[in-house]
Design a protein around this ligand. Structure first.
Ligand code: GTP
Ligand code: MG
Length: 178
């Protein structure tokens, strides 16, 4: 056989979760990484990341998923949080018009700090349709205004609906761009 070249280094993709406080960023990450959901709200303090292995385009990839406090939304999160980011997930809560009204600010902050990278839009809490405030028409319009092909996923971290699909979509886009 041919000479062994040493193990190929596994790619690491840094994916950032952004969005207002309470939209479910930590819940989405927890559901994706450990299959758990917690009804009690505990605000995230500072920033943290978790690593999760996924197979993307047939290859193992380490996703480094960064979560932070939405409460700091109009302060700077600090460049360390954004440094080297490959993609982001902008999350709003479908039962909160206010959280939807801030997604442009989150997108601008991310683009400013990390440059033009892949992103997906997440409307979370899809299990609470009876309190829905944000409708498809407005969501599609916002996506169209961003140009290109902004992907949108409606998720429930509680019921584990489309959570894996959303993370895999952003990871796949980031992996192919890298
Ligand atoms: P910060 O850390 O303050 O930025 O908030 P966050 O975006 O991390 O929100 P978190 O994941 O802590 O969720 C806030 C609250 O919403 C918690 O009480 C969760 O249980 C609840 N929650 C999160 N996702 C869902 C969901 O899909 N459905 C429902 N019904 N509740 C959810
Ligand atoms: Mg949190």
């Amino acid at each position: 056989g041919g000479a062994q070249r040493g193990p190929e280094r596994r790619p690491v993709l840094k994916i950032i979760l952004l969005g207002d406080s309470g939209v479910g960023k930590t819940s989405l990450m927890r559901q994706f990484v450990s299959g758990k959901f917690e009804s009690r709200y505990k605000a995230t303090i500072g920033a943290d990341f978790f690593t999760h292995e996924e197979i993307i385009d047939g290859r193992p990839v380490n996703l480094q998923i960064w979560d932070t406090a939405g409460q700091e939304r109009f302060q700077s999160l600090g460049s360390a949080f954004y440094r080297g980011a490959d993609a982001c997930m902008i999350v709003f809560d479908i039962t909160s018009n206010e959280s939807f009204s801030h997604i442009t600010t989150w997108l601008q902050e991310f683009t400013l700090q990390a440059g033009q990278k892949d992103m997906v839009l997440i409307g979370n809490k899809a299990d609470v349709q009876e309190r829905r405030q944000v409708y498809n028409r407005g969501i599609q319009q916002w996506c169209a205004e961003q140009g290109g092909d902004m992907q949108y996923f409606e998720t429930s971290a509680k019921q584990n609906t489309h959570v894996g699909a959303a993370f895999r979509a952003v990871a796949t886009a980031a992996y192919r761009a890298k």
